[in-house]
Design a protein around this ligand. Structure first.
Ligand code: ATP
Length: 238
């Protein structure tokens, strides 16, 4: 099975700063891939490059066989994306925003799908509320909905569980696991190491713009017993 994401010496500089330093890894189809790393290690920059939001400074990146440098628009069209701390347009209601997304993505049976998501994430009572008046958790529900409503084969999500209460975290984690069991792929960045250990099949660790580790969760657990210990000892020794 061909990887759904390949990076080949992919790098990003902001002026003189290496935010991501010539990184190589690939993501298997059907995996739940967790990108970990301390603050400022380059996770968001990596996701932005892989979702066509910024252009790399060096190397190549392929997402679903699409070159992220030459065809960023096609990348954005093909995947589900939840950018870091993104908020939906303040001047639209929940329904208006989802109808807008449906229009752009040309989603069949849109109304039915919207109703399913409103019920699944338990925010149907907010359907006519302007996005500016939503709580942070409800905004995150809306951002997750817009990422998955067109049923992409691959979704990339920056900090997916932030702002959610424990009940909603559990529900969303279960959704992620069932999403990959259906053959789709999920690429997420997170600081929640216990959660990554619980649900991820594959792990990559960035530190100071460099890739320190990429492998399966089984390799991690064999080496170290638990992901948090593995992560801390690797990062502290580099
Ligand atoms: N637009 C930008 N201009 C200049 N520097 C930037 C820009 N965006 C990010 N950086 C820098 O690039 C480095 C990597 O940032 P990035 O946001 O990718 O890290 P991160 O791992 O996602 O961090 P966090 O866990 O804190 O969200 C940091 O040093 C950051 O200050």
């Amino acid at each position: 099975m061909a990887p759904v994401i390949i990076t080949d010496n992919l790098g990003k500089k902001y002026g003189d700063l290496d935010a991501v330093n010539r990184v190589n890894f690939s993501v298997r189809e059907g995996s739940l891939f967790g990108l970990l790393g301390p603050n400022g290690s380059g996770k968001t920059t990596m996701i932005k490059m892989l979702t066509g939001q910024i252009l790399p400074s060096s190397g190549k990146g392929y997402v679903l066989d699409i070159d992220v440098t030459s065809d960023p628009v096609e990348v954005r069209r093909s995947v589900g994306i939840v950018p870091e701390q993104e908020t939906p347009p303040s001047f639209l209601t929940v329904m208006e925003y989802l109808e807008f997304v449906g229009e752009i993505r040309k989603i069949p049976d849109l109304e039915k799908k919207i109703l399913w998501w409103l019920e699944f994430l338990d925010f149907g009572d907010k359907r006519d509320v302007l996005c500016k008046d939503l709580s942070r958790g409800t905004r995150q529900k809306l951002m997750l909905t817009q990422a998955f409503i067109h049923e992409p084969k691959l979704a990339l999500i920056d900090e997916p569980l932030i702002n959610f209460d424990p009940i909603m975290q559990t529900k969303v984690k279960e959704f992620f696991v069932s999403y990959v069991h259906q053959g789709n792929t999920l690429f997420l960045s997170t600081h929640l190491l216990e959660t990554a250990e619980e649900i991820c099949t594959d792990i990559a660790i960035l530190h100071k713009a460099n890739l320190l580790f990429c492998g399966t969760i089984h390799e991690v657990l064999e080496k170290s017993g638990h992901l948090p210990e593995f992560f801390l000892s690797l990062v502290r020794s580099n």
